[in-house]
Design a protein around this ligand. Structure first.
Ligand code: NAD
Length: 276
């Protein structure tokens, strides 16, 4: 496919752009994921809590695409943290997806107050050693959580999937990840399609290149080295969001977007989020 891969810290290749399915109902997931696969996406980002692992898995099977060409990520939900519960939850996810391995398994949130992410990650290491996840990692971990995990376990996470977009550029996390060989994956890369795509700076850069604001924002991520997983259920947007490999932002564009950082979180703060 036309999407380049990045090499994770264990040698596994991960497409730099994938398709996110948060808020896609299970009975629409097969159609949406099918549309994305037809458009050339090969990486799909789901999670147990999204409730659409079955529809996602059905689309993967129906596509007829060889398993080794697909890159499937799912995530362990908060209520299932802990060593034994994690092993059970992973079996359930694999069953729902109809797969015998995932490419990437992530701890969805650190839940620092619960203090169980280290035990949880030890179960991830077992799943990884058994070959049932080709890579393991985390999501929404702050540098302090990663420090502790790296200190108390043996497999450095391959990925940290965090909220990241031009209005929340996450410089400290990106720097920490780079120092430790952890890939940065951006969730809500388009800022959930809310205000970000109407920001005049973004609109002006889009006009300059004859592209859409969404394409400019995705291009910004790619040029920074982030993995991105934009979500849409609209076929034209699904197409548009993968058509981002034929142009480049210049230094002036990148500088203008750098100035949009305002530390604006759309989602919860990982330091305090504790919903099970
Ligand atoms: P996003 O930034 O991908 O924005 C998606 C929304 O933007 C769409 O619903 C639509 O309204 C709009 N949009 C999409 N393409 C567009 C286009 N070309 N032009 C105009 N508008 C467009 O937001 P997201 O869904 O929150 O994040 C993407 C994925 O990240 C999710 O689907 C999920 O897989 C993942 N995610 C993970 C976490 C986590 O805690 N790990 C949290 C949130 C999301």
């Amino acid at each position: 496919s036309k999407v380049p891969t990045i090499t994770l810290n264990n040698g596994v290749a991960m497409p730099q752009l994938g398709f996110g399915v948060w808020q896609v109902p299970d009975n629409e997931a097969q159609t949406a994921v099918g549309t994305a696969l037809d458009a050339g996406y090969r990486s799909i980002d789901t999670a147990a809590i999204y409730g659409n692992e079955e529809g996602t898995g059905q689309a993967l099977t129906a596509s007829g695409i060889a398993r080794e060409e697909l890159f499937v990520t799912t995530k362990l939900w908060n209520s299932e943290q802990g060593y034994d519960a994690t092993l059970r939850a992973f079996d359930t996810s694999l069953d729902k997806l109809g797969l015998d391995y995932v490419d990437l398994y992530l701890i969805h949130w650190p839940l620092p107050a619960k203090d169980s992410y280290v035990d949880t990650y030890k179960a991830f290491e077992k799943i990884y050693a058994d070959g049932r996840a080709k890579a393991i990692g985390v999501s929404n971990f702050l540098p302090e959580h990663l420090e502790r995990l790296i200190g108390e376990t043996s497999v450095v996470p391959a990925v940290n999937q965090i909220e990241l977009h031009p209005q929340l550029q996450q410089a400290a996390s990106r720097e920490f990840h780079a120092q430790h060989g952890i890939a940065t994956e951006a969730w809500s890369p388009l800022g959930q399609g809310k205000g970000l795509l109407d920001v005049p700076t973004v609109v002006a850069i889009a006009q300059k290149h004859g592209k859409t604001p969404a394409q400019v924002v995705l291009r910004w991520h790619l040029q920074l080295g982030n993995v991105v997983i934009p979500k849409s259920v609209t076929p034209s947007r699904i197409q548009e969001n993968i058509d981002v490999f034929g142009f480049e932002l210049d230094d002036e564009d990148l500088g203008a977007i750098a100035a949009l950082d305002e530390g604006k979180r759309l989602g919860p703060d990982p330091a305090t989020f504790d919903v099970a």
